[in-house]
Design a protein around this ligand. Structure first.
Ligand SMILES: [Cu+2]
Length: 294
C-alpha cells in the first residue's frame, strides 16, 4: 500500500514540478522554433507514457497485493496483449523520431544566401573569423597556428588575407540574415552552444562541422561550451551580439583582417608575439585558479 502511494506521489510530484517550475527555456532568438516543437512533442509522449506506466504499476501493486489464500494465475503468453503493446510502442517511437527527421533535414540544408562564419574553439576560449570583401573564407590548418596566427589561417591562400579575425572577443551578427556556422576545434572536443539560438553542434579537431540559423532578435547572448573539454570547461564563455545591420557594419569596420594582424610579424616587432602569448596564458591561468579555489 505504501509503495503504491509513493508511486502515485512520484507522478503527481513530477507533473506539478513541470507545471510550477520556474526553470524553463530561454526566450528563442532564432528561426529554430521547429526544434522547440520537436522537444515539446517528445516531452508529451514521454510524459504521458511515464505517468501511465508508473500509475499502472501503482494500480498493480495495490490490486494484486498479498492476501492469504490468493494464488497468482500463471500466463506466460498472451498474443493479444503482446500485439497491442507492440503496435502502441511502434506508434510512440515513430512519433518520437519522425518530427526530428524533418527538422534535421532543414537543419543541415543551408540556404544559399547564408554567410559563412567560422567559430574556433580551443581550451578555453572562443574565436571567430568572417569572410572579408571577397565573401570567401581562406583555408586554415591547425598546424599553422602560432601566437600571431591564432586560427591557423593559411597565409599563402589569397582568400584568407581579407578575412576578419576576432580572437577571444565578442562575435557580432546582423539580425535577420542567415549564417552558416563553420565549427573548428584546434585541441579537444568542444560544442558551440547559444541557448537562445537553439542550434548547437560538436566541434571536432581535424574536421569542420556546421549548422545554420537566422538570428531573429537583437541583443546580447551568452555562448557556452556544451562538451566537457577539460578543467576550464565551465569558464569557456563567449558573447554573441546580434545587431541591426547598421550597428553590425560599424562593428565590422573596426575589426582587423588577417593581413593586418600578420603585418607586425613581417616588420619584425619582436616583443609582440611573446607578449601576446603571455597575456593569453595569464588569462587562462587566472581562470584555472578560480576553478581550483571553488
Ligand atoms: Cu569547450
Amino acid at each position: 500500500m505504501a509503495v503504491a502511494l509513493v508511486l502515485v506521489l512520484v507522478v503527481v510530484g513530477s507533473v506539478l514540478f513541470h507545471l510550477l517550475s520556474p526553470w524553463w527555456w530561454t526566450p528563442i532568438a532564432s528561426n529554430w522554433s521547429y526544434i522547440d516543437n520537436t522537444i515539446i512533442i517528445t516531452f508529451w509522449i514521454t510524459g504521458v507514457v511515464f505517468a501511465a506506466v508508473v500509475l499502472f504499476m501503482a494500480y498493480c501493486v495495490f490490486r494484486f497485493r498479498h492476501r492469504d489464500g490468493n494464488r497468482a494465475a500463471y500466463e506466460p503468453e498472451n498474443k493479444r496483449l503482446e500485439s497491442w503493446l507492440t503496435i502502441v510502442t511502434a506508434v510512440g517511437v515513430t512519433a518520437l523520431l519522425v518530427p526530428g527527421l524533418f527538422v534535421w533535414s532543414r537543419f543541415v540544408n543551408v540556404p544559399s544566401d547564408a554567410t559563412d562564419v567560422e567559430v574556433v574553439g580551443q581550451q578555453w576560449q572562443w574565436s571567430f573569423r568572417l569572410p572579408g570583401k571577397d565573401g570567401k573564407l581562406g583555408t586554415s590548418d591547425t598546424r599553422d597556428v602560432t601566437a600571431d596566427n591564432p586560427l591557423g589561417v593559411i597565409a599563402s591562400d589569397p582568400n584568407g588575407q581579407d578575412d576578419v579575425v576576432v580572437e577571444a572577443a565578442d562575435l557580432h551578427l546582423p539580425v535577420g540574415k542567415p549564417v552558416k556556422m563553420l565549427l573548428r576545434s584546434i585541441d579537444v572536443l568542444h560544442d558551440f552552444y547559444v541557448p537562445e539560438f537553439r542550434a548547437k553542434m560538436d566541434m571536432i579537431p581535424g574536421s569542420v562541422t556546421y549548422f545554420w540559423f537566422t538570428p531573429t532578435k537583437t541583443g546580447t547572448f551568452q555562448v557556452l561550451c556544451a562538451e566537457l573539454c577539460g578543467q576550464g570547461h565551465p569558464l569557456m564563455h563567449g558573447v554573441v551580439m546580434v545587431d541591426t545591420q547598421q550597428d553590425y557594419l560599424a562593428w565590422l569596420g573596426q575589426q582587423q583582417t588577417f593581413a593586418q594582424l600578420s603585418a607586425p610579424q613581417q616588420t619584425g616587432s619582436a616583443d609582440q608575439a611573446p607578449g601576446k602569448t603571455t597575456a593569453s596564458g595569464l588569462k587562462i591561468a587566472a581562470k584555472l585558479e578560480t576553478v581550483g579555489s571553488r
